[in-house]
Design a binder for this molecule. Structure first.
Ligand SMILES: [Mg+2]
Length: 213
């Protein structure tokens, strides 16, 4: 199994930037139902800034930790919405996870999902069922832990995370928002998926695919 080099993480961020740009309109449409219709724009801007910063870096000279710290700083600077500090914290936590490693092992791939979820929860303080991105991120992290417990291979742990994040995002359709901007809508938020949970499921799936062999 090949290791997770800085080049590999940079390629992952490039794919994130490309795919979220493609989904920008859909994410804005979802946000239009329960928010201010800018979620796709914010996320695409964030990942475009990350890609630009990493394109300017020397991939052979920076560590995986520096890749994630660069991503954190550029995402935070580019995104004024609440997702800015949440993802910046997620990337910082991952940078800490990979500290001291010239390259990461395959086992670190699933741990990236857990570190990101932990960062987002610590920063946002949301709980399951409040119709936020945490409804995708926490199930993803729990699926990693369960798959690890079951002795699964890293790629299967990542697949389990992607599936759990998708199921979690789908589940937000039946939730009443109680956190964040859309909580003002109360019952009217029912029947619509949370855009932050939907983009989270996309992000988890892209990370899973990028870090699997
Ligand atoms: Mg919005």
């Amino acid at each position: 199994m090949t290791s997770l080099t800085s080049e590999r993480f940079i390629a992952m961020f490039r794919t994130l930037a490309e795919r979220i740009e493609q989904e920008k309109g859909y994410l804005c449409e979802l946000d239009g139902h329960i928010g201010d219709a800018d979620h796709g724009i914010a996320m695409a801007q964030g990942f475009a800034a990350v890609r630009a910063a990493l394109d300017a870096a020397d991939a052979s000279a920076i560590t995986p930790t520096e890749v994630f710290n660069t991503a954190a700083k550029s995402f935070l600077n580019a995104v004024g919405a609440s997702s800015g500090p949440l993802y910046a914290t997620a990337f910082m936590r991952t940078g800490t996870l990979l500290k001291g490693k010239a390259e990461a092992a395959a086992e670190d791939g699933p741990a990236v999902i857990e570190a990101m979820a932990k960062g987002i929860q610590e920063r946002g303080k949301a709980e399951i069922g409040e119709k936020t991105m945490i409804d995708a991120w926490l199930p993803a992290a729990h699926a990693v832990a369960a798959a690890r417990e079951a002795g699964k291979a890293p790629k299967d742990m990542l697949q389990a995370a992607a599936d759990a994040a998708q199921a979690g995002a789908d589940g937000t359709k039946d939730m009443v928002a109680s956190k964040g901007r859309s909580s003002r809508l109360g019952e009217r938020s029912l029947g619509h998926m949370d855009p932050g949970a939907v983009s989270a499921a996309m992000i988890v799936r892209i990370i899973a695919a990028s870090l699997s062999d």
